[in-house]
Design a protein around this ligand. Structure first.
Ligand SMILES: [Zn+2]
Length: 214
């Protein structure tokens, strides 16, 4: 069988970094996360690099961090599951015998990004919104821990953390954050702009930043 052609990811018009998702078909995310659609029915699953559709369906909900890393690596980055394979080896995820998946653990992921991809990575165990802007101004991108409901910023935040998005720049007005959300349900939430105070309601105060690839 010939492998599927590589999926070309659109470059974001705002920050010029690829817009990528943790689910193979962006148009199905809404149905998967809110409608109970089994991700195994995603016809594009092979483009994720998963070995089987079962593996894809079991893991895709856990791969927000791999999607962020893939975007930070830029065009030509390995597939989502190629990154997952390596991240597993580094211990950034643990696949337990009782069928649970643990991760993402920041420190091994940072080590992996540095060693395998020459991508400078720093873990920020305590990170404030103003510090995010400082990192952006220093030319870094920031993978931030937020609640997945950040795709509905007009609603109350049900919590903070648990999901990862990649903040790539300030908003065009300079006051907020522009970020790519691996589980955004619409084009406007996959590449989103939010005022810092709105972002903060969903933000767990930790993350990882990436510098320019060496
Ligand atoms: Zn962007």
């Amino acid at each position: 069988m010939t492998p599927p052609p590589p999926v070309t990811s659109p470059l974001c018009p705002t920050c010029h970094i690829p817009i990528q998702t943790q689910f193979a078909s962006p148009d199905l995310i809404e149905q998967i996360v809110y409608g109970g659609l089994d991700p195994a029915s995603d016809p594009a699953w092979e483009s994720s690099g998963a070995a089987t559709v079962e593996e894809y369906a079991r893991w895709c909900g856990h791969l927000c961090g791999m999607a962020c890393l893939r975007m930070a690596l830029g065009p030509g980055a390995p597939s989502l599951f190629a990154l997952r394979d390596d991240a597993l080896e580094y211990g950034a995820y643990t696949d337990h015998e009782d069928d649970t998946i643990q991760g993402l653990v920041y420190a091994p992921l940072a080590k992996y990004a540095e060693e395998a991809h020459a991508l400078p990575a720093t873990v920020h165990r305590h990170l404030t919104p103003p510090q995010i802007l400082e990192l952006l101004d220093a030319g870094r991108t920031v993978m931030a821990s937020v609640h997945y409901e950040i795709r509905n910023p007009d609603r109350e935040a049900p919590g903070r953390g648990g999901h990862l998005v990649l903040i790539t720049s300030r908003t065009p007005d300079g006051n907020g954050v522009h970020f790519h959300n691996p589980s955004g349900t619409t084009p406007d939430t996959r590449a989103a702009n939010l005022p810092l105070t709105t972002f903060e309601r969903f933000f767990a105060g930790r993350g990882m930043s990436f510098g320019a690839r060496r």
